[in-house]
Design a protein around this ligand. Structure first.
Ligand code: UDP
Length: 468
């Protein structure tokens, strides 16, 4: 392998929108600061990205930014959503891991370092150690959830996971800093299993432990939001770069004309922006469950009735693969009433939507990117977490940062109706104090001299110093 003194950074994200997006933003920022970048997607995601990306103009702007791809091992016709996550994790380990190893071994220019997703450690760390290439681990979750994951083994050992007697309201006391915050129901969804030997739970335990072999940790959060837990995590990682909200840092440092507009897996439907322009200030509730969560027809109906009965306007992202199972919905009825009071798109320009003055609240699945984007935009949330880190995020939103309400483990129209009214009208003043405060702090953190801005500079410097 040839070596150069220009930093060569290889990125390996987990193959999902919420992981690719922040890693892509960081990759572009590093590229703009002079590093050459190789971004490794799975073949499936690579094809999706390229189907609506003008690669020629991207490469004209960023000639030293390469895309490579490896197989994920799933049959092409299989959905890459929650329903197949266990199978995907298996095939990533059996197929993508050796493929990444092969790609790395056969690459002509030696990477200065690999920035690997925290849950792709199984693919990156062994081979990087073998070749003597430093790895920086990028955990795309909050610091709070990252810290919680470090206690999974302990929770099993003391019998709190799997949940004894199915009691979801038991207080969790073995996670320092979160003694008065978390209940069983607020733990990551992987704890909702029948046996401690569950493969998904054990995958997370292994990955959390493997990622500590990395030389440093990157988190898409900002110091002012999670300072206490970031300093506890310093006992595990001596170097932590908190560089969030990355989408805001990206905007503050990359001019619109140079931006790829962050390549994503879905094509955005911008028609909703014109609709939003016609709505009164802070009147609309934006509804999105991210890129992976599925809803049954019954759940979709409860949300829909709740939204319509609230009397508020809503903008709802209904991905083509969002609703699964047998249909109980009369599409004619939905469409007629929705047209009066709402707007549906299959994928929204979410950052722009949240920044629009007509948006007054966000009904979200509490994915970490969505949570940060909402905090940054100063939009309060109603949280309906389903998988992965979402349960922890929604608890922090409602109990620690107090920027929203958590409707975890309920899904009925009357709760939706009440919370939408509370958020837009009756409890708005209370919730906006904290929401405005954190929006300001997020904004300051990405400005020159701010915590995330400075940490990004340190990361650039540290990567430069790794070059020969
Ligand atoms: N997103 C978007 N348009 C949509 C829905 C989501 O651009 O209609 C983006 C959103 O801005 C966020 C990401 O997709 O950056 C979803 O990531 P998150 O971590 O919130 O959830 P996940 O999809 O991983 O469950």
């Amino acid at each position: 392998m040839e070596q150069t003194n220009v930093p060569q950074v290889m990125f390996l994200p987990f193959p999902a929108q919420g992981h690719i997006k922040p890693m892509m933003k960081l990759a572009e920022l590093l590229n703009q600061a002079g590093s050459h970048v190789t971004f490794v997607n799975t073949d499936h995601n690579h094809d999706r990205l390229m189907s609506h990306t003008n690669l020629t103009s991207f490469h004209d702007r960023s000639p030293n930014f390469l895309f490579r791809s490896i197989p994920d091992g799933l049959r092409p016709d299989k959905a890459r959503s929650v329903s197949n996550i266990r199978e995907l994790l298996d095939t990533l380990q059996t197929v993508a891991r050796p493929a990444f190893r092969q790609l790395l071994i056969s690459t002509s220019v030696r990477p200065t370092c690999i920035i690997a997703d925290g849950i792709m450690s199984f693919a990156a760390i062994d081979v990087a150690e073998e070749l003597g290439i430093p790895v920086i681990t990028f955990r795309t979750y909050s610091a709070s959830c990252t810290w919680t994951n470090f206690h999974l083994s302990k929770l099993i050992e003391i019998g709190e996971v799997p949940f004894p007697d199915g009691n979801l309201d038991k207080s969790i006391t073995c996670i320092p800093g979160y003694e008065n915050v978390l209940r069983s129901r607020d733990l990551p969804s992987i704890c909702r299993v029948e046996k401690a030997e569950d493969p998904l739970l054990n995958f997370y335990i292994r990955e959390t432990s493997t990622m500590t072999r990395a030389s440093a940790l990157i988190l898409n959060t900002f110091h002012e939001l999670e300072a206490p837990v970031i300093s506890i995590l310093n006992s595990i990682f001596t170097k932590i770069y908190t560089i969030g909200p990355l989408h805001a840092l990206y905007k503050s440092r990359i001019s619109q004309s140079d931006s790829s507009n962050c390549i994503g897996l879905w094509k955005e439907d911008k028609s909703c922006m014109t609709w939003l322009d016609s709505q009164p200030l802070r009147s609309v509730i934006y509804v999105s469950f991210g890129s992976l969560v599925n809803l049954t027809h019954l759940q979709a109906l409860e949300f829909w009735y709740g939204l319509v009965n609230s009397g508020k306007q809503f903008l709802w992202v209904v991905r083509t693969d969002l609703i699964v199972g047998e249909s109980g919905i009369d599409p004619m009825e939905l469409e007629m009433v929705t047209k009066e009071r709402g707007f549906i798109v299959s994928w929204a320009p979410q950052e722009e939507v949240l920044a629009h003055p007509a948006v007054g609240g966000f009904l979200t699945h509490s994915g970490w990117n969505s949570t940060l984007e909402s905090i940054n935009a100063g939009v309060p949330m109603i949280c309906w977490p389903q998988i992965a880190d979402q349960q922890v995020n929604s608890r922090c939103v409602s109990e620690v940062w107090k920027t929203g309400f958590d409707m975890k483990d309920t899904c009925d129209r009357s709760t939706v109706e009440k919370l939408v009214r509370d958020l837009i009208d009756s409890k708005r003043e209370d919730i906006m104090k904290s929401t405005d405060k954190f929006a300001r702090l997020a904004d300051n953190s990405v400005k020159q001299g701010g915590s995330s801005y400075s940490n990004l500079e340190k990361l650039f410097e540290d990567i430069r110093s790794m070059s020969p």
